[in-house]
Unconditional design. Structure first.
Length: 415
């Protein structure tokens, strides 16, 4: 069988599905981990932090070594680490004296794979022949969303059918996808990388104010997306008092559907849309969605805020990648790697900060903040989670300021 660049593109799509698995599977087990292993809000939030700290480390190492070892070996290694970590997630918590240590070890392995995928897949697609780079990038990132929909939907339904006692079967099942894609990346053709003498060094990138603004945008995009994505399941069950299946389907699943829809629409009709204006409007919509989630008096309105937040953040991550790639076409792996580093800093900082603030609010240590949302009928869990999500509004607000600063800079340069 002769493989073409179309097969390469499909393998990249599956690579983003793999990343969706490693980022979104464990949060669906948070309730199980809390009930079975006695974990606190901060401890489950710390798992998200560990995931993305390890991804950040993988991003940084990729910047230094990936051009040396090559995209193919890197992609194969990324899928191996992802699959191995998922299998460890099923095994280690039930065999080690400390289940939490076992979970952390598993997270470290599959996060390494996820970090490598994040750095590799985008430049592989960006190097493929074609003119509509912005649309191609958005369509690529939409597969992360559809992967997240599949993970939430299938995992939630199987947990409902099999029961929580059989949760270790699910990580092993999901590990089959990166195993399959590993063998695809052994065979598909890859476009030639940017030669060393033509590649833009990091020093020049960091001397550009445009690139620094893009790094801040990546941080805000990662925090805005992952905070809602990672905490919506627990929020729906403990703060909105919904059954787990309903909460997962109406919270993180709809979030991913709207996020995938936004990215797919831009992937198809992106040439007709002004990306800069779309990013500014989506940031404002994100603020509105967080406010609705936290302050809405009815659970269904809060869930609507969770779901539509997926649409609001859909362009933030791929849009920032596209802006950077358009401005610095010779940025190469180093540019995508640094963008991924700051995106993962946001992905780790946002969810962890939410968990940290939630625990403090639950213990009545933040009275000035809890007074903004507290009503007599609220439980301590509800107060804690809503306060944590309220703090996360900071990130889409910063995204707005970054976009405004970027637009002002562009206007100054045109005068």
């Amino acid at each position: 069988m002769k493989y073409t660049y179309k097969d390469t593109l499909h393998a990249c799509y599956t690579g983003y599905i793999t990343q969706a698995i490693v980022n979104n599977l464990a949060p669906l087990f948070f309730i199980i981990f809390q009930n079975r292993y006695g974990l606190s809000f901060e401890e489950v939030g710390r798992l998200i932090l560990i995931n993305f700290i390890v991804q950040i480390a993988a991003d940084i190492l990729s910047v230094k070594f990936m051009d040396t070892i090559g995209y193919r070996k890197g992609a194969v290694l990324a899928h191996f680490l992802s699959a191995f970590g998922l299998v460890l997630l099923a095994v280690l918590p039930n065999v080690l004296p400390s289940p939490y240590v076992g979970i952390m070890i598993a997270v470290a392995f599959y996060a390494s794979g996820g970090g490598l995928l994040e750095v590799l897949v985008s430049p592989i697609v960006n190097a493929l022949p074609g003119d509509q780079k912005d649309s191609a990038m958005s369509l690529l990132h939409s597969f992360y969303c559809w992967g997240q929909v599949g993970v939430v939907l299938v995992t939630t339904l199987l947990l409902g059918i099999l029961g929580h006692d059989y949760w270790p079967l699910l990580p092993v099942m999901w590990a089959l996808i990166p195993v399959y894609n590993l063998f695809r990346f052994l065979k598909v053709p890859l476009a030639p990388a940017i030669p060393d003498e033509e590649r833009l060094p990091l020093r020049k990138l960091f001397n550009s104010r445009f690139f620094l603004i893009c790094l801040l945008m990546m941080l805000c995009a990662g925090a805005s997306e992952l905070t809602m994505s990672q905490w919506s399941s627990l929020f729906a069950e403990k703060a909105l008092h919904l059954p787990k299946v309903m909460g997962d389907l109406l919270g993180p699943c709809l979030f991913a559907v709207f996020m995938g829809t936004g990215r797919t629409i831009y992937g198809i009709w992106g040439s007709r849309i002004n990306l800069k204006k779309a990013l500014l409007l989506s940031s404002a919509l994100c603020v509105l969605c967080y406010v609705t989630t936290v302050f809405a008096p009815l659970p269904l309105l809060s869930l609507a805020g969770c779901a539509f937040c997926g649409l609001s953040i859909s362009l933030m991550w791929p849009g920032t990648f596209s802006l950077s790639a358009g401005q610095f076409p010779a940025g190469g792996t180093a540019m995508f790697g640094m963008l991924a580093v700051f995106g993962d800093i946001g992905c780790s900082l946002g969810p962890w900060l939410t968990g940290f603030v939630s625990d403090l609010a639950k213990q009545n240590k933040l009275p000035l903040l809890t007074q903004l949302i507290q009503t007599p009928a609220m439980t301590t869990d509800e107060i804690g989670l809503k306060t944590g999500l309220m703090i996360a509004i900071l990130f889409p607000v910063l995204m707005i300021f970054a976009m405004v600063s970027f637009r002002r800079k562009k206007k100054q340069n045109s005068q």
